[in-house]
Structure formats: C-alpha cells, structure tokens
Design a protein around this ligand. Structure first.
Ligand code: NAP
Length: 462
C-alpha cells in the first residue's frame, strides 16, 4: 500500500483521524510528534522550551527522513510543510491528505490541549496568522483535502478511504475530459498517455493532473520537464497541455478533473486573473499570473516569472537597467528590477505602452532610440525579437559594451542573436533558458513544496 501522509494545522485531527484510518486499513500508524518525543525522551513543550524551535525542527527532519516508505499512515506536525526537504521525503510515493477545519474549531480544540506558542500573539490571532502564513505550503502539500470540523474521526477516516479508492474525479468528468482533450491540438502520443491515465483500464484514481494552459502551447517544454520531475521525485502526477483559444473552457476542464495546477502562458497570463479565487500580491501588482495551484476547491494565482528574472540578477542591486518591451513578461521584469532597487528605464517600440507600464512600476520610460541616453549597466530584453524564426537582435552590436550584463528572456533558440552579440562584445550574459529554469523551480515549489536543485533542471532541459 502507498504510504498515506496526513498534513494540517494543529487541532485539525491528524492523530485521531490517522489512528482510525490506520486501524481500518490494517497498517501501522506513526505520528511524527510522538516519534520526536520518543527519541528526545521528553515532551515537545520541553524540547521547545529547552532547545528552541530550530532544534525541534532539526529533530523533526531526522524523524521524517527515517519514516517507512509504504504500508503506513503517518500524521505529521503542523509546520513540516514549511521545509522543502521534509516535503521531498513525505511526498515521495505517498498519498498526501490535508486535514482542514475552521479557525474557531481549531481554537476550541487547542484550548482543550494547549501546545507551545509559535508566536507572541494571543491564541486566536496566532491560529489566524499561522494559517495565513502556511496557506501556500498546505496547498502544495495537498493531494486531497478533508474537512474535519463538522464530522467525527470515523467520518473523516471514511472520507479518506473513499478518496483512496475512487479518487476525487467522477467517471463522467473523466470521460468528458477525454472528449475535450480530443478536440484540442494535443499531439497523439501525449493524448494516448493522458487518456490511459484518465480512463484507461486499471487507471489509478489517485493520479493528479497538471498542465500548461496556452494558445498555442505545442512548443512548450513544460510537459517534458514536469513529467521527468514527477518520475524523479516519485509523484503520482501527470502533466499535459490544455491548449484552447479561451481560458474559460480550460479552467472548467481543469476544475472538473480536480487538477493540481496549471502553468499559464501566452495569451492567458492576464485573462486568468478573473478566473482565480485568490491572487498573490506580486501577481496582482504585475497584473498577470503564470501559475495556478488548486487546493480544497480554491484556485490560487501566482507569478513566478518575476522570481525567475530576479534570481540571477540579485547581485546587481542598485544598478542602472534598461528594460526592452512593455508587454506581459516586461511587467514581471519591471517588478523584479524595481524590487532589486535598480534605476529602471523602460524602452518600447510603442512608447505609450512604455509610459503606461513605467507609471504602474514607478520607473522611467522612453522611446526605442533613447537607449544611449539611459546608459545602462544591465539590459533585459522582454520583446520576442530574436525568437525563432526571427534572427534579429533588438540592439545594434555597437550598443553593447563589455561592462554590461545582458539578459535575454527569449529562450528559443538557446543562444539568441542578442546573447551571441553580447558574448562577442565581452558582456556578462544570462539566457532565457536560465530564467525559464528559475521560474519553473519556483512553480514546482508552489505545486508540491519541494525545492529542485538548478542542476537537476538543467540536466533535464539539456
Ligand atoms: P507580449 O506581451 O506580446 O509583449 C511583447 C513586447 O515586445 C511588446 O512590448 C511589443 O511592443 C514588443 N515587440 C514585439 N515585437 C517587436 C519588434 N519587432 N520590435 C520591437 N519590439 C517588439 O509578449 P511577452 O509575453 O511579454 O513575451 C515576450 C518574450 O519573452 C517572448 O519571446 C516570450 O517567449 C519570452 N518569455 C520568456 C520567459 C522565460 O521564462 N524565459 C517567460 C515569459 C516570456 P509593442 O508594445 O510595440 O507591441
């Protein structure tokens, strides 16, 4: 039997529901908090008091790394989801169930069995604060969600057994999805694989689905990347292409098959915003989302483009930057550069659009031929100039100086005409593939709570 891991905040019933579930399944039940206490030879409040939270977390990591991999039900401490190393261990070959309850119910349960404080806030405020802080991590941890506030421990265990047996997608929804994907341009080999996972004989009802949403998105390397990662991290997931001319039907299909997440690409990064239930602050300010995580019936929107752009430029805090372009990804780039405290000038073919974006981002703007006036240390190309089959560079060779750092967001071809010219001029270069890798790394963390090393991503995309 695949290992079953229960996540959730304190007081959501992980221990009580987990022991009933293990009994029903006839397998051992392990509680990571109890294992920590056993190994430390004293109760958790004492470990917190005498050794501090950091040492408790270290003990917790050790316990999690040594858990059996199958035929067991595991209840975890409420904070394990915040540590990517824990998530890598706990998600491997496991079915992960998030237990939830209303904050008032959690508060009432905790009043009966107090735990060590995690903040200096009063108990009720602490529950609200910690739930908000951990919400993305709980969403990432959940394959399935079970509400425990209005049911008994036996009722919650029965609901989990039902999910293990039947999954969370009705047969009619599986069949409708097969029909929907059949009328999209999904390549035949990928369609065959998807149909097998959805309705094929002996399909696994617990498999979770993800995909790239775009029009077109036949060129996207995300299915290859994510499916390779699922294999490597032993996740029971399948990644496909939701390729359709409008985002509405894509979201309908994604919700109908209880999708775990979507990577959103051209032309839906703005349109998706009106289909989301909750949106991260950065995505709101950028005005676009490229990542959707579905958990417990809620669609959360994120923008990882700006994080992907920010990461390799983090050492250039405070420099003078020119951003070429004022479209979708330029908005994410402007947010990243401003976040790094750079002096940013946006130059665009249509200066009006540069002005509008600069107004939103709080930076300078100009027309395309204002490049020399801006005298940048860093250039970021956020136009599609140089994207296959185009062989142009957005800048003339004589505009490149060896002191410059040049970042091209275009990633097809891997070495664009701009990157080739910048290397020839002796500039430091950052390719679009690097940015793609960093944004995918963030996306994977939002989907599953796991942090993938850059090297693994480069290896898969090589
Ligand atoms: P977009 O919203 O269509 O914006 C395109 C921008 O480029 C607009 O400002 C447009 O100017 C300008 N532009 C288009 N053609 C031009 C030309 N021939 N000369 C000068 N400027 C031109 O596109 P986007 O979503 O921002 O994507 C831009 C590029 O970034 C694409 O190549 C995409 O593949 C790449 N990208 C890479 C990553 C990554 O992870 N590496 C992520 C996202 C996007 P006007 O305002 O005048 O039309």
């Amino acid at each position: 039997m695949r290992r079953i891991v229960l996540f959730g905040y304190r007081g959501t019933g992980k221990t009580a529901v987990g022991s009933v579930l293990a009994q029903d399944l006839g397998v051992p039940f392990l509680d990571t908090d109890a294992l920590i206490e056993q190994q430390a030879g004293r109760p958790i409040p004492e470990i917190f008091r005498d050794e501090g939270e950091a040492r408790f977390r270290a003990r917790e990591r050790e316990v999690i790394a040594s858990l059996p991999g199958h035929d067991v039900v595991v209840a975890t401490g409420g904070g394990v989801v915040m540590d990517p190393a824990n998530m890598e261990h706990l998600r491997k070959e496991s079915t992960c169930v998030l237990l939830t309850a209303d904050p008032e119910i959690i508060g009432r349960r905790l009043a009966q069995a107090p735990r060590p404080a995690l903040t200096t806030l009063p108990p009720e405020a602490e529950v609200a604060e910690m739930l908000a802080r951990r919400r993305p991590a709980y969403a990432a941890a959940a394959d399935f969600c079970v509400e425990t506030g209005k049911t008994t421990n036996h009722g919650a265990a029965r609901r989990i057994l039902g999910l293990l047996r039947n999954g969370n997608i009705p047969d009619a929804a599986r069949e409708a999805a097969v029909r929907w994907f059949a009328q999209t341009p999904l390549p035949a080999p990928e369609r065959v694989q998807l149909e097998a996972r959805l309705t094929g004989p002996g399909h696994d009802p617990q498999t979770r689905f993800l995909g790239v949403a775009g029009w077109p998105c036949g060129h996207s390397r995300s299915p290859h990347l994510f499916n390779s990662l699922f294999e490597r991290y032993r996740l029971n997931c399948h990644y496909t292409r939701f390729e359709a001319p409008a985002i509405g039907p894509i979201m309908e299909t994604a919700r109908a098959i209880d999708a775990k997440g979507l990577s959103v690409t051209i032309p839906f990064k703005q349109d998706i915003m009106s289909c989301l239930d909750e949106i991260d602050d950065a995505a709101l300010q950028i005005g676009a989302a490229n990542t959707v995580v579905f958990a417990c019936g809620t669609a959360y929107g994120w923008n990882t483009d700006w994080l992907g752009i920010r990461k390799p430029l983090a050492g250039l805090t405070g420099t003078r930057a020119v951003l070429l372009g004022a479209g979708g990804v330029a908005a994410a780039a402007a947010y990243a550069l401003m976040d790094l405290g750079m002096e940013v000038t946006i130059l665009n073919r249509t200066p009006e659009k540069a002005r509008a974006l600069a107004g939103r981002a709080g930076c300078r703007w100009g027309a395309w031929d204002d490049f020399e006036k801006a005298d940048p240390d860093l250039v970021v190309n956020a136009t599609p100039v140089g994207m296959q089959p185009d062989t142009n560079s957005p800048l003339r060779d004589d505009q490149l100086k060896k002191e410059m750092t040049v970042c091209d967001l275009v990633y097809t071809p891997p070495v664009t005409p701009l990157i080739a010219a910048a290397r020839k001029a002796g500039c430091t270069t950052i390719t679009g593939t690097e940015i793609f890798i960093y944004q995918a790394q963030e996306q994977f963390r939002l989907f599953f709570g796991i942090e993938i090393p850059d090297t693994t991503l480069r290896e898969i995309l090589a």
